[in-house]
Design a protein around this ligand. Structure first.
Ligand code: NAD
Ligand code: UDP
Length: 330
């Protein structure tokens, strides 16, 4: 394998830091670019002394000039609490961040991968369950999730237009709910909320009646397929023949939020109880990926069962000082 210069935007975040770690271990020259809005340097502190790792504090909505061979475009607040905190900024991060990084890819000839999301499907209707890549989605364009959903949809549009118009070598993944060590303990996402609540002996907060579903993928499985997609080469050797996506990636195991809460109480051995709060607007009732395309094109499927992944995540949250984390929304 040849050594590459690789940029990871959002590289200090939950998923970005796992990608940086793998790339550094593989011997690549890695540039981690992040403004630390929803993350902290502790996610990458173990990499800072590596000769092949560099951290740049920078906001992707502003242009930057770097010479690279590959770009993982991961920068964007990802949890509803974080992306709704400053919705206009969220839209700018997706759209202007994509334009800046696609411009860099066009100038340098780098291959660029976009971290898109299952949220491009919005609140999927019953006949589109599980969701395939062909589904055009059911997004409320003026709702409180739109800054993220529509921002990510616009970013996909930009990726495909740069690909068609300028020959930029793109890869696009649509990520479904993913969890694991290095999630921000106060990001408001369901896995972190429930684990932190269970560890503190507080009631677990179920929004609505807890019957809405999600499918949860462990981070190691997800990073495997993100890197496989980045590095997938067309058989013909002609970049025009490459499989670029978009491709769903996630774990198709589907659970109600109440089942998740019960499982976390059991795994932590907590005495916490369940409490019910109102369901936020536009909260999707069900979500589950159809991953046939990822299996066919990338020869991938997730391996880590929910109980095993949750146990590793609980271990992480037990090992960190929860009070040392800055809440981005404070
Ligand atoms: P995260 O919040 O941990 O990571 C996002 C990173 O982007 C953070 O380090 C943050 O500081 C950085 N960032 C935010 N705004 C920035 C800006 N303007 N300039 C530079 N850096 C900025 O979230 P994550 O779960 O690791 O998500 C990573 C990517 O994957 C995001 O693009 C997200 O939309 C996508 N995604 C994640 C999931 C999931 O379940 N984890 C699901 C779908 C899509
Ligand atoms: N949720 C919940 N309690 C919480 C946090 C989230 O019941 O403390 C629900 C939320 O309403 C949603 C699901 O869990 O139905 C997943 O929420 P999350 O914010 O993790 O991600 P989403 O998939 O909605 O983007």
């Amino acid at each position: 394998m040849s050594t590459k210069r690789i940029l990871v935007t959002g590289g200090a975040g939950f998923l970005g830091s796992h990608i940086c770690e793998r790339l550094v271990k593989a011997g690549h020259d890695v540039i981690c670019l992040d403004n630390l809005f929803t993350s902290q340097k502790s996610n990458i502190s173990h990499l800072l002394d590596a000769a092949n790792f560099e951290f740049i504090r920078h906001d992707v909505t502003h242009p930057i000039t770097l010479e690279v061979d590959q770009i993982y475009n991961m920068a964007c607040p990802a949890s509803p609490v974080h992306y709704q905190y400053n919705p206009i900024k969220t839209m700018k991060v997706s759209v202007m961040g994509a334009i800046n990084m696609l411009g860099m890819a066009k100038r340098t000839g780098a291959r660029i991968l976009q971290a898109s999301t299952s949220e491009v499907y919005g609140d999927p209707t019953a006949e589109h369950h599980p969701q395939t890549e062909a589904y055009r989605g059911n997004v409320n364009p003026i709702g409180i999730r739109a800054c993220y959903d529509e921002g990510k949809r616009a970013a996909e549009t930009l990726f495909f237009d740069y690909h068609r118009s300028n020959g930029v070598d793109i890869r696009v993944v649509r990520i479904f709910n993913t969890y694991g060590p290095r999630m921000h303990p106060y990001d408001g996402r369901v896995v972190t909320n429930f684990i932190v609540q269970a560890l503190k002996g507080e009631d677990l907060t179920l929004y609505g009646d807890g019957s809405q579903t999600r499918s949860f993928c462990y981070c190691d499985d997800l990073v495997d397929v993100i890197m496989a997609h980045m590095n997938n080469e067309p058989e013909s050797g002609d970049p025009a023949d490459a499989f670029v996506g978009p491709v769903n990636i996630g774990n198709p195991g589907e659970f109600t939020i109440k089942q998740l809460a019960e499982q976390i109480i059991e795994l932590t051995g907590s005495s916490s109880k369940l409490t019910y709060l109102p369901l936020p607007n536009d909260d999707p009732l069900q979500r589950k990926p159809d991953i046939s395309l990822a299996k066919q094109e990338l020869d991938w499927e997730p391996k880590v069962p929910l109980a095993e992944g949750l146990a590793k995540t609980i271990e992480f949250f037990r090992s960190v000082d929860l009070d040392s984390f800055r809440k981005p929304t404070d």
